[in-house]
Design a protein around this ligand. Structure first.
Ligand SMILES: Nc1ncnc2c1ncn2[C@@H]1O[C@H](COP(=O)(O)OP(=O)(O)OP(=O)(O)O)[C@@H](O)[C@H]1O
Length: 263
């Protein structure tokens, strides 16, 4: 359903390509984990899919097809239709994505206001349903709160609600749990699994941590310096990494975690 074909992105201010020929497919209902160290090009790949590439600052080529529709070179009108409606995005820092002066409810509803002709009441109902789906206690209470009144974990749940409220086909998650402590991180991963199971939404989950990816994804792709160096079923990659870079990523995981995870 999402097909990235030979994506190249080079920022004018950089000598090296940020993304240097990435091809990747995410099938319907699949959660793909994209891993790699800082600067390897994961976020630029996700930004290209989400239509958030700063086009004036870079040269880019390739194709990005969402159910056959080409997005990389699409005009603003098509991109606006796709953003939020067909592709939801969740970033690492919910604090920086939410407007601190706006209550949570209207922010969750935003995509519906832009993309649908639903009545105010219907939008509110759908937002409340989304807040309930991300398992926030007292959705009506959260709806009326301001971002600073929620904990980091609750805010990230609200961000996920905002990203899925219009029932997109694909959710892009860029390090969504990195800023959270380990217990909350595990809860958010469980929530993502549940959303995937219940709604069949596909996900691209970006992380620098292969161990986190292993908890959530069935397939993984490993990026280094703008290229994919390894791709495959997560357990196979984890147990028999072929590329030295993947081997290093796995070696960097503390042994205690590796053992805990090995059935
Ligand atoms: N707007 C920009 N202008 C210039 N260079 C950029 C821009 N955005 C990203 N880059 C560069 O592109 C390369 C890939 O960055 P990217 O953010 O995709 O890496 P990443 O793998 O997501 O790392 P991180 O985990 O730190 O986000 C880096 O060298 C980065 O500095």
């Amino acid at each position: 359903m999402l097909e990235i074909r030979d994506l190249h992105v080079k920022f004018h201010t950089r000598q090296r390509e940020a993304v240097a020929g990435v091809s990747l497919t995410i099938h319907d209902g699949e959660i793909l984990g994209l891993v790699g160290e800082s600067g390897s090009g994961k976020s630029v790949t996700a930004m290209s899919v989400a239509g958030l590439l700063p086009r004036k600052q870079c040269d880019f080529s390739g194709e990005i097809l969402l159910d056959g529709a080409e997005l990389l070179h699409a005009d603003r009108t098509l991109l606006r239709q796709v953003q939020g409606r067909e592709i939801g995005v969740v970033f690492q820092e919910p604090q920086s994505c939410m407007d601190p002066l706006m209550r949570i409810g209207p922010q969750v509803e935003e995509v519906l206001r832009i993309h649908t002709d639903l009545s105010r009441e219907a939008r509110r109902d759908q937002a409340l349903a989304a807040l309930a789906a991300v398992e926030l206690p007292d959705p009506a209470g959260v709806y009326r709160k301001y971002p600073h009144e929620l904990s980091g974990g609750m805010l990230q749940r609200a961000m996920i609600a905002a990203a899925v409220v219009a029932r997109p086909k694909l959710l892009l998650l860029d390090e969504p749990t990195t800023a959270l402590d380990v217990t909350i991180q595990a809860q958010i991963l469980e929530l993502l699994k549940k959303l995937n199971r219940e709604s069949g939404i596909s996900m691209l989950f970006i992380s620098h941590n292969l161990n986190v990816v292993r908890k959530l994804c069935t397939r993984t792709a490993v990026m280094q310096r703008g290229v994919l160096v390894e791709e495959g079923d997560i357990e196979t990659v984890f147990r028999h990494p072929r590329h030295p870079y993947t081997q290093r990523l796995i070696a960097a995981i503390p042994t205690r975690h590796r053992k805990e995870e090995t059935p």
